[in-house]
Ligand binder design. Structure first.
Ligand code: 5GP
Ligand code: MN
Length: 341
């Protein structure tokens, strides 16, 4: 975003507007933190702002101040459509293509005749927005929202509620400040958010120490199911619908499971395949260390995308067929996988 665009946006936001803010489907910590944080900021500036999430999000995100006002599109379609149609500005956060909001919400957004603003850190952004702040070098969309507020010269209006929401997404998208996307600037932003009232230790607890006993039993199953393909420095996990059902599975319970595989010495490529019988898909999460590009891997083979080291996708085949396909594909990437260290 150049300085002219910033000026234009600043003057646009100088008078009260009807604003809708949208995260991607299956919102994670960064998607909820960035949208709810920005929404609180805009409300404090006297805008009529609403977050519309394509679908519900996990319980462990339900402590975020202001999240209780999020409108869930698939549960309140009429209200959501009216808000979208009546919006002067629509912010789309933490995604790069309307399709990331899912097949029901996508056409509603695509047909909205309004000013779009994109704030996002995924690769290959679409060009639907009049104002695009897209940069893959940022750790998280929450960090970008902080910089966006900084560009508006308004960080003094960051309240403890906004600081907490933005802290959340930086924390979750950086794996608690350990992934390579964590920079010294990230830490400076975090320091300022703590100064502005984010209770850092409480946020970690509220987010991560909130699991059910069954979730840990399910993690046990996932770890037992882990398969190593040592010649390709790869490990993957499967969870069948039956295994989920046996452990009272709730949205968000499998969050973070895929990362355990990367904890094994020598493993640089990790995947988890989770059966979803209701949607008739296998949901896939991919993670890597170093230069192995899981965004491209997912785009090429599993209808997905994301970042170089973290991406998602899906498969319409059975769990068994999907993992078979996955193992067979590794051969095509042997150069990249074997050269990594
Ligand atoms: P996760 O594996 O945690 O669901 O997602 C990892 C990263 O990939 C996140 O940045 C997420 O937004 C992105 N992602 C997850 N699923 C998809 C997908 O189906 N398509 C695309 N383009 N990105 C995805
Ligand atoms: Mn993100």
């Amino acid at each position: 975003m150049n300085s002219t665009e910033i000026k234009e946006l600043k003057s646009l936001l100088n008078s009260p507007k009807k604003i809708v803010i949208v995260p991607h489907k299956n919102p994670d910590g960064d998607a909820i933190g960035s949208t709810v944080g920005l929404c609180n900021f805009l409300k404090n500036k006297n805008h009529q702002a609403t977050v519309i999430a394509p679908n519900d999000y996990p319980e462990f995100l339900k402590w975020v101040p202001g999240q209780e006002e999020v409108v869930i599109f698939d549960k309140n379609q009429e209200e959501a459509k009216q808000l979208i149609t009546g919006a002067d500005i629509i912010f789309t956060l933490d995604f790069n293509h309307f399709s990331r909001t899912g097949p029901v919400m996508e056409p509603v957004l695509a047909s909205a005749k309004t000013t779009f603003v994109m704030i996002d850190h995924h690769q290959q952004p679409d060009n639907y927005a009049k104002y695009t702040f897209s940069d893959v070098s940022y750790s998280s969309t929450c960090e970008m929202v902080y910089h966006f507020i900084e560009m508006l010269d308004e960080t003094q209006y960051i309240t403890p509620a906004i600081a907490s929401a933005l802290y959340l997404g930086i924390m979750t998208d950086t794996g608690s400040f350990r992934f390579p996307s964590t920079t010294s600037t990230t830490h400076r932003v975090i320091a300022d958010l703590i100064d502005k009232g984010a209770k850092n230790s409480a946020i970690h607890q509220d987010t991560f120490d909130n699991s059910s006993y069954e979730r840990f039993q399910l993690l046990g199953v996932a770890l037992r199911n882990m398969k190593i393909v040592p010649e390709y420095k790869t490990a993957y996990i499967t969870l069948s619908q039956e295994e989920l059902d046996n452990h009272n599975f709730k949205k968000g319970d499998t969050e973070g499971f895929v990362n355990y595989s990367l904890g094994i010495k020598g493993i640089i490529f990790a995947a988890i395949f989770i059966e979803n019988k209701a949607d008739k898909i296998i949901k896939i999460s991919l993670r890597s260390k170093g230069d192995f590009d899981v965004n491209q891997f997912s785009r090429n083979h599993f209808h997905g995308g994301g970042h170089i080291n973290a991406a998602g996708g899906k498969s319409d085949d059975s769990l068994e067929e999907t993992t078979k396909k996955f193992e067979a594909l590794l051969v095509d990437y042997q150069k990249e996988l074997k050269n990594e260290n």
